[in-house]
Ligand binder design. Structure first.
Ligand SMILES: [Fe+2]
Ligand SMILES: [Fe+2]
Length: 213
């Protein structure tokens, strides 16, 4: 869990609480867009938690579930959502005066790396059919990511909103959209297909989705 942000918040040189956010309204605010993505990620974690309980009873690693689930975590959570936060939002916050080597930014960046490492353990567990290892890693991944998203929503994102003036908000919108374009339509289409499979509850196990070149 993140520590209280003061005195680092004093480094923010923005226009104060509600700057930009109130003027644009919450509906199209880029930070609100990130929170909506958190809600999608939570649904994916719910599906993973359900499957984790199942494998603890059945001792079966259903590849038809885990292959699309782990690929979705890589493409959507890591390469899209987390990378966009790291390469756009965190960089922008650093530019607004928030230190990257301590405080909330350092902590959330570290949490991204830990989550990637635990995802790697899940991939490894599936590869060697380690049922117990997979269940443990999936539980740890879910717990870490849920706490991380709560930290961002409760502390980091409100702080980002405080730093935003109208000009910065406009720049942030453009940069976040630009990052999504940079990822490429093929990866986003593939991630969307995997997400539909995952959230359907019973993935077919047949990979009929779009390919990533
Ligand atoms: Fe994050
Ligand atoms: Fe996030």
């Amino acid at each position: 869990m993140l520590n209280p942000l003061s005195p680092d918040t004093d480094d923010c040189q923005g226009a104060g609480p509600d700057a930009g956010f109130a003027r644009r309204g919450a509906g199209d605010h880029p930070i609100v867009g990130l929170v909506r993505e958190h809600d999608v990620i939570r649904l994916g974690l719910d599906a993973i938690a359900t499957e984790s309980l199942r494998i603890q009873r059945s001792f079966e690693v259903r590849l038809g579930f885990w292959m699309p689930a782990l690929e979705w975590l890589e493409l959507f959570v890591d390469r899209d959502h987390h990378a966009r936060e790291e390469e756009v939002l965190f960089v922008w916050l650093q530019g607004a005066g928030m230190p990257m080597d301590r405080g909330p930014l350092a902590q959330v960046a570290k949490e991204h790396e830990r989550a990637r490492a635990v995802r790697g353990r899940m991939v490894q567990a599936v590869a060697i059919y380690d049922v117990r290892g997979l269940a443990e890693a999936a539980q740890e991944y879910s717990d870490r990511l849920r706490q991380h998203m709560e930290d961002e929503e409760r502390l980091l994102f409100p702080l980002a909103m405080e730093c935003l003036d109208a000009v910065a908000l406009g720049e942030l919108v453009i940069r976040l959209a630009g990052h999504r374009d940079q990822i490429g339509g093929a990866i986003r289409e593939r991630a969307d297909w995997l997400q539909r499979e995952l959230l359907a509850g019973e993935p077919s196990g047949e990979d009929g989705g779009p390919a990533v070149p």
